[in-house]
Design a protein around this ligand. Structure first.
Ligand code: XMP
Length: 429
């Protein structure tokens, strides 16, 4: 909307009053794109600049208390603009607005299905790759697993997957994943244990972006060494999703800032002179899960909560040591056990423990303690672009806290994170 206004002769003004979070949309024209949308419907705002003056021919179709120009239309040209985000779950009627736009304004038909997507994508992969070999970094998450399945379907044994254990995985995770991946994916997989290399390189590092860069760089090195052992590789496959693309680089090559350097985007292909295959890059997570089910992926893998590439490395605030990894692993295992047992695992987008870089005083028995603090993060989300902290029952939080403090040596306090994204992020680093 701002681009349209700016380039067609209107005016945008900078910051002043920033607007983040929920707003009520006061609809002035309840037709067209707002057909059947109720007045004062909730919408999600996240902007610093605002529209000040409309270009000729445009009208305001909705406002909020803070933003006079929240939606616009040029009826003759059929140009529409929203200042809010219709695409996020926090705008409950956003999908209905987008449907109005696609099916009424543009006259499109909803004939895109996961089945047709899978079929077309397999065909595209075959055409792009031909007889060349493809390598893929398998993390055990739903994205890389689904990407592997699709590519395997297209080119069979010409795909080799490489699983790098960076020593920053959760308790027993590497072993469990090994079993799951082998029984579910009848694919060439090479398992590499590189824990020592990663932990050595991370010694003494506390800055989150430095950690990410080190982990990313080492991953590339380990991966590259392994990939060199396979002859004739021309393509690198990645399970990149659309939100990764948006948050790491501007989708349109513009100057939008890098929020966090997610290491699974970029880096590898440049170094290895490989061409990229990213069959999921226009999909959101819920669509990838749907696709996984369509392809027959096991439920455990389809519904695995997202886990970041840098793993526990960005959930240990401050220095990463084996001792601190052990503390976090035990606390996280207790948390996940309770979340699963109480039926919340699938309902939550992510639930995990974070080890803080400060200590606090406590009392255990007759003794004063001075020990670590664990923060619990549990969020609901549809695509990680926005997220809300989960309203877990008090009793469950109580059990988690008690169990962690009693069972995990070195922890004497548990806190619950009640921030949403934005303005916070899901991970703490
Ligand atoms: P944030 O913390 O940015 O996270 O709200 C959004 C989603 O991305 C995951 N995440 C990462 N994934 N490499 C990854 O592969 C990373 O460096 C990274 N940082 C965050 C996070 O777990 C959440 O699902």
């Amino acid at each position: 909307m701002q681009f349209m206004i700016d380039s067609l002769g209107g005016a945008i003004k900078g910051a002043g009053r920033r607007e983040y979070g929920f707003a009520e949309l006061l609809i002035k024209q309840p037709k067209g794109i707002f057909k059947n949308i109720k007045d004062k419907t909730q919408c999600w705002m996240s902007h610093g600049d605002s529209a000040e003056k409309l270009p000729p021919g445009f009208e305001i179709t909705a406002s909020t208390d803070n933003t006079a120009i929240a939606a616009i239309v040029h009826k003759k040209k059929k140009f529409y603009g929203f200042q809010f985000h219709p695409e996020v779950a926090h705008t409950p009627e956003g999908t209905a607005m987008l449907k109005n736009f696609l099916f009424d304004v543009c006259g499109c038909k909803p004939d895109w299905t996961m089945k047709s997507f899978a079929k077309e994508t397999v065909e595209q992969i075959r055409q792009t790759v031909g007889d060349s070999k493809v390598i893929l970094g398998l993390s055990g998450g739903v994205d890389s697993s689904v990407a592997a399945l699709l590519i395997h379907k297209a080119i069979d044994k010409n795909l080799t997957c490489i699983f790098v254990d960076n020593g920053l995985l959760r308790k027993d995770e590497a072993e469990k994943l090994k079993v799951r991946l082998k029984e579910n994916l009848n694919i060439n997989i090479r398992f590499i244990n590189a824990a020592n290399t990663f932990l050595k390189a991370l010694k003494g590092v506390t800055d989150p972006e430095k950690k990410r860069k080190i982990i990313g760089k080492l991953f590339i090195e380990v991966f590259q060494t392994e990939a060199k052992k396979i002859t004739g590789v021309q393509f690198l496959a990645q399970g990149t999703l659309y939100p990764d693309v948006i948050e790491s680089v501007s989708a349109f090559g513009g100057p939008s800032s890098v929020i966090k350097s997610h290491h699974n985007v970029g880096g590898l292909p440049k170094k290895m002179k490989l061409k990229l295959v990213e069959p999921l890059k226009y999909l959101f997570k819920d669509e990838v899960r749907q696709l996984g089910q369509e392809l027959g992926l096991h439920d455990d893998l389809v519904w695995r909560q997202p886990f970041p590439g840098p793993g526990l490395g960005i959930r240990i605030l401050g220095e990463i040591t084996r001792k601190r990894l052990d503390i976090l692993r035990e606390a996280d295992a207790v948390l996940l056990e309770e979340i699963r047992k109480n039926g919340y695992y699938k309902k939550l987008w992510q639930s995990f423990a974070v080890l803080l870089p400060i200590k606090s005083v406590g009392v255990m028995g007759d003794h004063r303690t001075y020990e670590n603090i664990i923060a619990i993060r549990a969020v609901t989300s549809k695509d990680a672009m926005t997220a809300d902290w989960a309203k877990l029952p008090d009793a469950l939080l109580g059990t988690i806290s008690n169990r962690i403090i009693n069972e995990v040596r070195g922890v004497n306090r548990v806190v619950y994170d009640i921030s949403s994204k934005p303005p916070s992020t899901i991970e703490w680093e």
